[in-house]
Write a protein that binds this ligand. Structure first.
Ligand SMILES: [Zn+2]
Length: 375
């Protein structure tokens, strides 16, 4: 069928706006906007009818049959979104929409009747139009994958929602005191600076309260709904490093993929444990009792979870009342449970006498080699 005939037939059956008329023929000369195309086609068909002395019998209505005039409201939506975006720092965005089901049904029936060969869907047409108009005003880039902010217009309720992508900050830290948690220190400062709604902390294995570190423990902090994305990490590092309990290093921005990598990497952790007994020790005897733990798994019950970390290395040294145990284990290992807790076996039961834990130091992490992973 001739293009003129097709447009005429549509306009005689339905009143549709220029945007909706143009988008039915979107892929013919797509560089001309749907609206312009709609105006051209409607005008041409009218002129043609006048020339042929035909009666013009177009449907008339206040509202576009296909879109309910939503394209007329785009500037209003753009202003509303701009108000909401004011509170946020971001580099990229994307606009999306929720189209009421009845409009989608109407559109599908309309295509069945009038053809779909050149058309563009209401949703993609609306999203693009609102996205470009917003872009021109706020001068930020549109990004289809992982935008900092996604704006969603619900055309059923007129609500506008923002989905803010999390901000990821990575680094590593040393815990310098054998009491208290330092994770909160990092979380609080970064939440304060990013104005995020919630922090989620990721790191390797566990670090118990009475453990200090002589190495840096890597971490990635996910900050949900951040309002700021440029945090001034150098200043934050300086501020944290003034504290006695912790020092941080290598602060930088990260992403979801790095968290996945951190979760799946096979790592071992080495600890140096210093114990103090009430009497002078028979080191040889104790060594005999403990050395059997090498290359064995221990069973640990931690907060209703059962784990069985693998002890790769274990060395025992001692003098007088002091015993030093150097142990390398796969991560997830609880040192305290291993010493005096519910671990099977555990050090207190193996030695058969009481001791004080003087110091536990996390000394290093090591990436396991492939051949070490299958024992
Ligand atoms: Zn329309």
């Amino acid at each position: 069928m001739d293009l003129t005939e097709r447009v005429k037939e549509i306009l005689e059956k339905y009143y549709i706006c220029d945007e909706c008329l143009g988008r039915q023929f979107h892929s013919i000369l797509p560089r001309i906007s749907n609206r312009e195309k709609g105006i051209i086609l409607r005008t041409y068909v009218v002129m043609n009818s006048i020339l042929k002395n035909e009666e013009i019998k177009f449907k008339k209505s206040e509202n576009c049959y296909l879109c309910n005039n939503i394209f007329n409201k785009i500037d209003f939506y753009v202003q509303e979104i701009k108000k909401k975006l004011k509170d946020y720092e971001f580099n990229s965005f994307l606009m999306g929409s929720k189209i009421p089901p009845e409009l989608i049904c109407k559109e599908e029936d309309f295509w069945e009747e009038n053809g779909v060969d050149f058309c563009e869907a209401l949703k993609s047409s609306f999203n693009r139009e609102i996205g470009y108009r917003l872009k021109n005003q706020i001068k930020k880039k549109i990004e289809f994958e992982n935008p900092d902010i996604m704006g969603v217009v619900d055309l059923g309720t007129n609500n506008i929602g923002l989905q803010v992508a999390p901000l990821y900050v990575k680094g590593s830290y040393k815990k310098k005191l054998g009491k208290g948690k330092v994770q909160e220190v990092i979380e609080n400062i970064l939440v304060e600076n990013s104005l995020a709604s919630e922090p989620v902390f990721y790191s390797i294995g566990r670090l118990e309260q009475n453990v200090t570190t002589s190495c840096y423990r890597p971490f990635i902090l996910m900050l949900r709904n951040p309002k700021k994305r440029k945090l001034g990490l150098k200043k934050i590092r300086e501020r944290i490093n003034k504290l006695k309990s912790i020092s941080v290093s290598n602060l930088g921005y990260s992403d979801k993929e790095e968290i996945e990598k951190m979760k799946t990497e096979k790592i071992t952790a080495s600890y140096s444990i210093t114990l103090e007994f009430n009497r002078k020790l028979e080191i040889k005897e104790i060594r005999k009792k403990l050395i059997g733990l090498r290359n064995k798994r221990v069973l640990q019950f931690l907060k209703k979870k059962t784990r069985n970390p693998y002890i790769r290395k274990l060395k025992v040294k001692g003098k007088n009342k002091k015993l030093i145990i150097e142990v390398e284990s796969t991560v997830g290992f609880s040192v305290n449970s291993f010493l005096t807790g519910k671990s099977k076996p555990n050090i207190r039961k193996l030695i058969g006498e009481d001791f004080k834990i003087k110091e536990i130091v996390l000394k290093s992490y090591r990436k396991m080699k492939t051949h070490e992973m299958y024992f």
